[in-house]
Design a protein around this ligand. Structure first.
Ligand SMILES: [Zn+2]
Length: 87
């Protein structure tokens, strides 16, 4: 009976150690996930800084402003705006 109890105690300790190990592994993984998430948010924020919303509703980069002003979508918007003003 005593031996059995000791074995049980042993097993429980082993289980506890295992779960502790799993927990720390989980914490590590969680941290790296959060770090990854943070980085993704930072990158997105930087992208947003470089982009701005045009009056036609599309997001464009400052560098591609001129080609966008000549794009079909933008011209269509300008045309429709003109039409509305004429009415
Ligand atoms: Zn536009």
């Amino acid at each position: 009976m005593e031996i059995k109890n000791q074995n049980k105690k042993h097993t429980e300790e082993f289980k506890k150690r295992r779960s502790d190990y799993n927990k720390s592994y989980y914490e590590k993984t969680k941290c790296s996930l959060i770090c990854y998430h943070k980085r993704a948010i930072e990158i997105n924020a930087r992208k947003k800084i470089n982009k701005y919303k045009c009056e036609c509703g599309s997001f464009i980069r400052k560098a591609s402003k001129t080609p966008h002003l000549n794009s079909k979508k933008h011209k269509k918007y300008i045309e429709s705006k003109k039409n509305i003003q004429q009415i």
